[in-house]
Design a protein around this ligand. Sequence first.
Ligand code: NI
Length: 173
Amino acid sequence: MTKRPILIHPDPRLKKVSAPVPDLSDDLRRLADDMLETMYDAPGIGLAAPQVGVNTRLIVLDCVKAEGEAPRPLIMFNPEIVAASDERSVYEEGCLSIPEQYGEVERPAEVSLRWIDRDGREQQEDFAGLWATCVQHEIDHLDGKLFIDYLKPLRRQLITRRMQKLKRERARV
Ligand code: NI
């Protein structure tokens, strides 16, 4: 497995709508494994393929945070929300493409999700709590949407300027 560089906002590749995966291939499985390694290393709890510059509908996540609890790495090709609760919850979200910036986002508290797993099998499962927020955040990436798009325009512009500055600084080293 190889760690891949994570794109930092603003980047046109983070704003694109990603294409569905027609058929699983070894290349796509390798990409998914690389993404998990990249996510754990960051460290983060979710990563979407556009964040490593690939505009394909693939996300990985593992929202197990409690110490001593077994990790639960999930690889989802073509993830799709098939139902969402009316009940909503608010989480302070962050993003590996927008380092060290956070903002409260309100989303459905529970979602029912369908996806294709690493072995090409269709899966369906309900998610709640942090898992529900995380899958929605990652699926947003596949539609070119970032969590800052839910924030007030001034806050979004402030964060974007900070990221532009960060990118300039990184480019200089
Ligand atoms: Ni993100």
